[in-house]
Ligand binder design. Structure first.
Ligand code: DGJ
Length: 678
């Protein structure tokens, strides 16, 4: 028996390979102390009527080793069967990276389980590589990134995020004493329906220690929780297998996406903080090198939709500048032929009717009012009547002999083709090199459904997408990229690592948005949460809220403005300027702070101060509103022995922790800065 321990900031992950070498199994995963005693997941007692591999806490189950319980890897070869028995041959541990190698001699299949756990974080990254060392191809029919075993003797309490366009990131939970629960996307894109994130707590203690798994993949994916008859849970995470299977040719390899597991003794909120800390490491290199600093943007979409005209955009820009905005982003409608959503995609030339003096002149005008410039693109799509579609019909994604599917009046380019990937890169590089662009909003407004001709379409498309995003970072490091997909249709760890911010939803109505953002923050960090103030009415919750409320909702992420500012009065602009000024002062705490949801808001805990947002949602209770009965909202993570300034008041930490900050009820929201006094 050989054991390996991966130690994170507060949690530990221990795996072992038994003497027989037929599998790796989990010994413990949880707070450091779990490694100090007997395993919490090892089976005890007699196994009736099943081979041991079916009940062992396997790290990665292969069909042929495990039979009855679900397996992560199912592979067939020319012999026409789907069994495989890789046996342990070697381990390599280098710093925070562990590799366990297994070999099936009959198939010449080498399976490597990869682990990485940084000592500063509480996440374990897991992926596998499958190598064909033989002379015959084999086919992968099921190919997960990992299996995560979680001790839930009382059954599983599963939390997940679901939604649809305009109502993404809705929080939901189910109790599963036994059985299987799956969420997925078969849309070729992360999708609006579910987020690739599943969390688990023991059903006997849903707010206790919580484990979660996210998959770093922006194509089709699936996450399943299997709760066995004893109540123990196992999460499988991976790409959706193609019905044709994935061919691994002799001498070649297949590498899975990374599945990321995290654990927190502080319940689902602590789990969210563990994922936030991990996601911030993606941005660290860029922010530390000062390549980019987040900006307050104005986005034209809600104000002008496709009716982009330079003079009108400039009027909006002047008003945005008065409000303190830093970058003006022209959304859809700026390029030739784009008067509505039926045409233009693929022909990425500036429309002279929209910009009669040219785009450079417009950017100069923006500079004069003190604004940077950003542009919207949707590079993966093509309109059927575009010049691009006529010139390169072979680039359109279709299945041989069938009409390509039209969704939102558009087709997709076949991004599995390297020539298409190169063309997209060259188009973006040309735009970013020809014009002074400091912000790019990358949209994707339809799922990828056609089978295409590439056997591993999903794998190739996502790999090319990632390569293009990485090339933008390398070649244009000063350009901030916002990921968008018809709202929040592509929010996942894969994108989080390659863009600077993500657009969670097209729903910007105050109460709807607040709910969406609360869901978003359960899995994704506030530095990734793009949010604009608009005039939109609620789609789901139409109750009115003040303009301040809208600002405070947007200030809890990456603040932007998307309202039609030509209709805002001087007083409204002045109020906007006050909010934007406050935001510029607190945005570091919002982006980097520890996120603690409060009874009626959220506290972002920074190194030397906290920012507290409180919102009166009016959900489910009717309160007296006497101004002489202010509410008190207790805070967290303050030093009880220190004094803190909150607006005009000073209180000891002990009071703020146990009694709270005062909310007098004269406003429907507030943003408080809580600063420690020396
Ligand atoms: C969908 C996006 O979510 C919107 O913000 C906007 O960019 C439109 N597409 C433009 O077509």
């Amino acid at each position: 028996m050989t054991q390996w321990t991966l130690r994170g900031a507060t949690t530990t992950y221990v795996v072992e390979v038994p003497q027989h070498g037929q599998w790796a199994r989990l010994v413990a995963w949880g707070p450091h102390a779990v490694a100090d005693g007997p395993s919490t997941v090892a089976p005890a007692g007699t196994v009736h009527f099943l081979p041991p591999a079916d009940i062992e806490p396997l790290e990665y189950a292969v069909r042929g080793v495990r039979y009855a319980a679900p397996a992560e890897l199912v592979v067939s070869g020319p012999d026409g069967n789907d069994e495989c028995r890789p046996v342990f041959v070697a381990a390599a541990q280098d710093g925070d990276h562990l590799e366990l190698t297994f070999l099936d001699e009959l198939r010449s299949l080498r399976l490597v389980l990869h682990y990485r756990m940084s000592a500063e974080l509480d996440v374990v990254e897991r992926w596998v590589s499958v190598h064909n060392d033989g002379s015959a191809a084999f086919t992968l029919h099921h190919h997960d990134s990992g299996g995560f075993v979680i001790p839930t003797s009382g059954g599983a309490y599963l939390r997940y995020l679901w939604g649809e366009w305009n109502s993404e990131f809705q929080q939901a939970a189910i109790t599963l004493p036994r059985g299987r629960f799956t969420i997925d996307s078969r849309q070729g894109i992360t999708g609006h329906s579910y987020s690739p994130f599943l969390s688990v707590a023991d059903a006997d203690d849903p707010s206790g220690t919580t484990w979660g798994v996210q998959l770093a993949w922006s194509g089709s994916w699936q996450l399943s929780a299997d709760v066995d008859t004893t109540g123990q849970t196992r999460i499988q995470a991976g790409r959706v297998p193609s019905s044709l299977g994935l061919l691994v040719a002799p001498g070649s390899s297949w590498v899975s996406p990374v599945a990321v597991g995290a654990c927190s003794t502080e319940g689902p909120d602590g789990l969210a903080r563990a994922f936030h800390a991990y996601q911030r490491t993606f941005a660290r290199e860029r922010t530390l090198s000062h390549a980019v600093a987040p900006k307050v943007v104005y986005n034209s979409w809600f104000a002008t939709e496709f009716a982009v005209r330079a003079d009108h955009q400039l009027e909006l820009a002047r008003r945005a500048a008065r409000a303190g905005v830093e970058t003006f982003v022209v959304d859809d409608g700026w390029f030739t032929g784009r008067h509505d959503d039926t045409a233009g995609l693929g022909d990425w030339e500036v429309d002279p009717a929209a910009f009669p003096q040219g785009l450079d002149a417009f950017i100069e005008d923006l500079k004069e009012v003190g604004l940077g410039f950003g542009l919207w693109v949707e590079p993966e799509s093509v309109s059927p009547g575009s010049e691009l579609a006529a010139k390169h019909p072979e680039w359109i994604l279709r299945t041989e002999g069938r009409e390509p599917l039209l969704v939102r009046n558009q087709l997709l380019l076949d991004l599995s083709r390297d020539d298409v990937a190169e063309w997209i890169w060259e188009t973006l590089d040309r735009l970013l090199s020809s014009y002074e662009i400091s912000y790019l909003k990358w949209d994707a407004n339809r799922p990828r459904l056609d089978s295409g001709v590439h056997r591993d379409l999903d794998g190739q498309v996502v790999a090319n997408l990632y390569k293009i995003l990485e090339r933008i970072r390398t070649n244009h490091p000063g350009v901030l990229v916002e990921g968008c997909a018809g709202g929040g249709g592509r929010v996942d760890l894969g994108m989080a690592a390659r863009v600077d911010t993500l657009w969670p939803s097209d729903n910007t109505a105050p109460l709807d948005r607040l709910k969406i953002q609360r869901g978003f923050l359960t899995g994704y960090s506030p530095h990734l949460m793009s949010s604009w103030v608009t005039d939109a009415e609620g789609t789901h919750d139409g109750r009115e809220r003040s303009p301040d409320f809208r600002f405070h909702v947007a200030m809890a992420g990456n603040l932007g403005i998307g309202a039609d500012l030509s209709k805002w009065s001087d007083d409204q602009l002045a109020a906007a300027a006050r909010h934007v000024a406050q935001y510029k002062d607190i945005r570091d705490v919002v982006a980097d702070g520890l996120v603690h949801p409060l009874a009626e808001g959220v506290q972002y805990v920074g190194a030397d101060r906290s920012v507290v947002f409180l919102w009166d949602t009016g959900d489910g209770n009717i309160r007296g509103t006497l101004p002489t009965r202010p509410r008190r909202i207790p805070l967290v993570r303050l030093d009880p022995a220190k004094f803190y300034r909150v607006g005009d008041e000073v209180h000891p930490g002990s009071y703020l922790l146990q009694v709270g900050v005062r909310w007098d009820g004269t406003t429907d929201s507030t943003c408080l800065v809580v600063e420690a006094l020396d």
